[in-house]
Design a protein. Structure first.
Lengths: 86, 146
């Protein structure tokens, strides 16, 4: 199956230094939180962006979901801070 | 009868209100959000999630339509760099009676704040900072679920 596309916004994007990247697709039952912990272990910008998961929110295929959701067959995972529009 | 625009360009609230007034209802309510120039703010930069934003705002509008008998809904949310005094967001609602129009308008702006994928960055003369989400805004959106 194709890789998983990660997209980043706001300070998550700035810390990582890119707005999108591909990662090897995890098993379908791996949660977003578990993937974030794996990415944080890379250190550098990923370590900085993902140091405090409680400050992060996520969307799977353009739908908001909690971080304990399984990634399943989603094509795109977005990771970002809480939204501040309006 | 409902329309959502996510755009960089400014908009004309008078023209939007006139369109809502023509929807046949007895009342039109609206909210226009403006960039505040407090604390030496030079500009506000609004980032969003283009692949998601329109669909998500349409889902929020759909909830308002399910909940109130509305004849018209208009939502415009800008992105990009905005200076103090510029318009950021417009929500307009039309209904037969005032209560539905006023409540739906308040619901829409509260939900846009906590459920639409936008992020604000403040630019000052010597620094920038991402705006932090406020618990108070989440509580306002949450209060509509009661």
């Amino acid at each position: 199956m194709a890789d998983l596309t990660l997209v980043y916004f706001a300070w998550v994007r700035e810390a990582i230094g890119r707005d999108e990247e591909q990662v090897a697709r995890p098993a379908p039952d791996v949660t977003i939180g578990a993937l974030i912990a794996t990415l944080a272990a890379r250190g550098g910008g990923h370590g900085e962006a993902f140091a405090r998961p409680e400050k992060l929110r996520a969307a799977l295929d353009q739908r908001f979901v909690p971080l304990d959701s399984a990634i399943g067959e989603a094509k795109e995972l977005a990771i970002f801070p809480p939204v501040t529009g309006g | 009868m409902s329309r959502v625009s996510i755009q960089a360009e400014d908009f004309d609230p008078a023209a939007e209100l006139a369109a809502l007034e023509a929807s046949g209802g007895g009342g039109v309510a609206s909210f226009t959000g403006i960039v505040r120039g407090e604390g030496g703010l030079v500009a506000l930069e609004l980032e969003h999630y283009p692949a998601m934003t329109t669909a998500q705002v349409e889902r929020i509008v759909g909830q308002a339509l399910d909940r109130w008998p509305l004849l018209g809904v208009r939502v415009i949310h800008r992105h990009g760099r905005l200076e103090p005094g510029e318009r950021i967001v417009f929500v307009g609602t039309a209904s037969r009676h005032r209560t539905a129009a006023l409540e739906a308008c308040a619901f829409l702006i509260d939900w846009l704040k906590s459920e639409a994928p936008f992020w604000k960055k403040e630019h000052f003369a010597d620094r920038t900072q991402w705006v932090e989400a406020r618990a108070e805004d989440d509580a306002k959106a949450e209060s509509w679920k009661r």
